[in-house]
Design a protein around this ligand. Structure first.
Ligand SMILES: C[S@@+](CC[C@H](N)C(=O)[O-])C[C@H]1O[C@@H](n2cnc3c(N)ncnc32)[C@H](O)[C@@H]1O
Length: 271
């Protein structure tokens, strides 16, 4: 079959169902392993490939499963990560956590870092891939840790992993504490998009009352685990800047960094 005809047919189908027709090209690109910008260069596809594209396109249409969960593959900071239903899909907004952390590693010469709530390992692995820092990554979920270990292998970085309920099993001090903890308020979970609510694990989303539970936990223990002159780099929700700055009022506030949508996404504090 001509690829151009299949793409048109599926895009029309997506439009009829009021779904984003751009998803068709994401799916085709994954199946063919060809960048979306190069799809027009392909003329004919064999029956098997056509069948595979149709199957993925139908699953996406029927279930709303996010494309990265459909292919168990996510792209973050120019790297590829294995993901499944046990971890949060890495968000592009979180890349600003990596940028900010690398900026301070370069400026201050930091040597050690802990990534709390590592999930797929995307933050720890992207930071480690782009620096010489010694990295420990923790999570409470065994399944998430297995995935994070797999991702460290895929991306050929050396990160130590530890199962821990926040700082529970963590010994020692670090120059940097980085975290993207669960930060959705419990009473807002129901209102999330189906793609998030149904496919990201609740353990990765639910941040308790006002989404602040894990920031409270970090605040209670951070001083004990941060070297003098060290930094805390926290990803936050869209409405959490002021409450978290107030919570960390015994630390020095350094800056708030905006994400690509201009929303305060990362807060930086020093001890
Ligand atoms: C928002 S996800 C962040 C994942 C990853 N760091 C990222 O940026 O994509 C939060 C992670 O916190 C973990 N988590 C939830 N409760 C925890 C706890 N009490 N202690 C440690 N990790 C926890 C979840 O398993 C999940 O992987």
């Amino acid at each position: 079959m001509k690829l151009i005809e299949l793409r048109k047919e599926l895009k029309d189908l997506y439009c009829q169902h009021e779904k984003d027709s751009a998803d068709v090209d994401f799916i085709v690109s994954e199946v063919l392993n060809v960048p979306r910008t190069e799809l027009t260069l392909i003329e004919d596809i064999d029956d098997m490939t056509e069948q595979t594209i149709r199957e993925y396109a139908t699953i996406r249409l029927d279930t709303d499963i996010p494309i990265d969960k459909l292919f168990k593959k996510a792209y973050f900071y120019g790297m590829t990560f294995y993901i499944d239903e046990n971890v949060l899909s890495p968000r592009q907004d979180s890349e600003v956590v990596v940028d900010t952390t690398l900026k301070y590693i370069n400026e201050k010469g930091y040597k050690s870092c802990i990534d709390l709530c590592t999930g797929s390992g995307c933050l720890a692995i992207a930071i480690k891939k782009n620096s010489d820092i010694e990295m420990l990554a923790t999570d409470i979920s065994n399944k998430a840790l297995q995935i994070a270990k797999k991702n460290a292998k895929i991306n050929k970085v050396n990160v130590e992993f530890l199962k821990s309920d926040m700082f529970d099993k963590v010994d020692g001090k670090f120059d940097l504490i980085v975290s993207n903890p669960p930060y959705i308020a419990t009473d807002e979970i129901e209102d999330l998009d189906k793609e998030v609510k149904d496919y990201d694990p609740i353990l990765a989303l639910d941040g308790g009352d006002m989404g602040l539970k894990f920031f409270n936990d970090i605040h209670n223990e951070a001083r004990k685990h941060l070297n003098d002159g060290g930094m805390l780099i926290l990803e936050i929700g869209y409405n959490q800047k002021q409450p978290i700055i107030s919570l960390f009022n015994d630390f020095n506030f350094v800056e708030s960094v905006l994400d690509l949508n201009g929303i305060d996404r990362v807060l930086v504090f020093t001890k």
